[in-house]
Ligand binder design. Structure first.
Ligand code: ACO
Length: 323
């Protein structure tokens, strides 16, 4: 059978770091509140002239170099983003063009914080169906541009960044010990739009708008939805949660991650945590965390890795991959 093997991972964050203390100079908040409620200590913020495609391109270039794959051999580019450079064309085609790729297909996926899980699942299906051979999957965001910097309940939680992986279709035996993506599950339920949305767009105000979130209510849904979809993903591939070597979750809130770990009985040392340095970077958070794991030698060959996310929509999902 054909499996999607992860050939390489890369990431990029803007150089500007904004600490909690710096935010506390501008709005009524404190380092203590932010750390205690979310686990976030700092975030990176894009420069004025730095776009989502700039961040995505830098992450993609690093992933390609580490994969030893020439950009011209990529025939599928998917960019997960809720903060595209423009309404159209997609951020993915801008990255495709900047890499000098003129064949295959490129498109964006919009599933907010679950975007990277969605994009990986789509790429996996294209590869397994034989429609593409090598895919570049990017998560890139500049949430700083859709934050209401006067709203302390949201602006302290997010940051900018990008990450990318290169996937290649390669034959495997077809059993549970295969390398590559072993199972994917994506879900959505649009009834919860009012709990997490952006109050702008061409069809509403005609402006870009700002992120609005009922954090307490989102939190209430998160642990149950995420642990449910993780259980389905593991079951489909014939694994139990205690067999996961590394857990690479979307980084929204440390308390959510602790809750899931407790529910699924995953020891804390198996969870990659980068939200203290990046904040919530939406679709970029999983590949940023994967990059951290790679650079700290946590992603050796044959490691069983679980990715999961939940975000606006609601959307949520999980992926099990053997590295
Ligand atoms: N500094 C100081 N005080 C604050 C701040 C702040 N930055 N923000 C809010 N407060 C105050 C509130 O006004 C409130 O005061 P009150 O009790 O006098 O009304 C108090 O702190 C508590 O507010 P809560 O919202 O109840 O705080 P909570 O413990 O729920 O933590 C948080 C808030 C961190 C947002 C949490 O609810 C959370 O993480 N939710 C989930 C977020 C998430 O996972 N989002 C999904 C992904 S994002 C995406 O898809 C785009």
């Amino acid at each position: 059978v054909i499996r999607s093997i992860v050939r390489g991972v890369g990431a990029y964050v803007p150089s500007r770091v904004v600490t909690n203390a710096e935010l506390a100079e501008r709005i009524d908040t404190s380092d203590e509140w932010i750390v205690e409620r979310s686990g976030i200590r700092q975030r990176h913020i894009a420069a004025k002239d730095e776009t989502t495609s700039d961040l995505g391109l830098a992450a993609a270039r690093q992933a390609l170099v580490r994969s030893a794959i020439d950009p011209v051999d990529i025939d599928l580019v998917i960019c997960a983003t809720a903060t595209p450079d423009r309404t159209f064309p997609s951020t993915a085609v801008r990255i495709q063009a900047a890499l000098g790729i003129t064949k295959g297909a490129a498109f964006d996926v919009q599933a907010v914080c679950s975007g990277f899980i969605y994009a990986m699942s789509i790429a996996d299906n294209f590869l397994k169906a034989g429609q593409s051979r090598r895919a570049l999957v990017i998560g890139a965001e500049t949430f700083s541009r859709i934050l209401d910097w006067e709203d302390r309940s949201t602006c302290v939680l997010f940051g900018d960044g990008a990450g990318a992986v290169v996937l290649e279709a390669l034959p495997q035996h077809g059993d549970r010990n295969d390398r590559g993506i072993l199972s994917t599950r994506i879900r959505s339920d649009g009834r919860f739009e009012d709990l997490l949305y952006v109050d702008g767009g061409p069809g509403s105000t005609g402006t870009v708008g700002h992120l609005r979130m009922n954090g307490r209510e989102v939190f209430r849904h998160a642990i149950q939805k995420i642990s449910g979809v993780i259980e389905e993903t593991l079951l489909q591939a014939g694994y139990a949660s205690d067999e996961i070597d590394l857990f690479v979750p979307h980084q929204a809130n440390k308390r959510i991650l602790d809750g899931i770990a407790k529910k699924l009985n995953v020891p804390p040392e198996r969870i990659v945590m980068t939200l203290d340095r990046h904040g919530n970077t939406s679709a970029a958070s999983i590949p940023l965390a994967l990059n951290h794991a790679f650079e700290h030698h946590l992603l050796g060959e044959n490691k069983l890795v679980l990715l999961e996310a939940m975000g606006g929509g609601f959307t949520w999902g999980a992926i099990l991959v053997r590295w």
